[in-house]
Design a protein. Structure first.
Length: 118
């Protein structure tokens, strides 16, 4: 299973970006998916998660500003980020838990950089 993230970039405070992540491969099904981020000098942290049934959870620092969604037939997860703040600047990673023929594993995308600056 490979995860390919895209959609990062530079934006001014108050702007918006939409991140996308698609899983590819054969012989797997996806359970929970999510987005994490890691700012320079900080640990990777959860931003938002979404279960296979579409139920979502958000960290307090993005509630009301970010929206996570998924497209199960496309094996994709998205993160709509609005009202971006400089402190949202980080490398964003998508994560997926996949059931394969040999077990359940967590997979990570390569990361996409988000920079919020005036």
């Amino acid at each position: 299973v490979q995860l390919q993230a895209s959609g990062g970039g530079s934006v001014q405070p108050g702007g918006s970006l939409r991140l996308s992540c698609a899983a590819s491969g054969t012989g797997f099904s996806l359970d929970a998916m999510g987005w994490y981020r890691q700012a320079p000098g900080k640990q990777r942290e959860l931003v938002a998660g979404i279960a296979k049934d579409g139920s979502t959870n958000y960290e307090d620092f993005v509630k009301g500003r970010f929206t996570i969604s998924r497209d199960n037939p496309k094996n994709a997860v998205y993160l709509q980020m609005n009202a971006l703040k400089p402190e949202d600047s980080a490398v964003y990673y998508c994560n997926a838990r996949a059931r394969t023929g040999v077990g359940v594993y967590d997979y990570w995308g390569q990361g996409t950089l988000v920079t919020v600056s005036s």
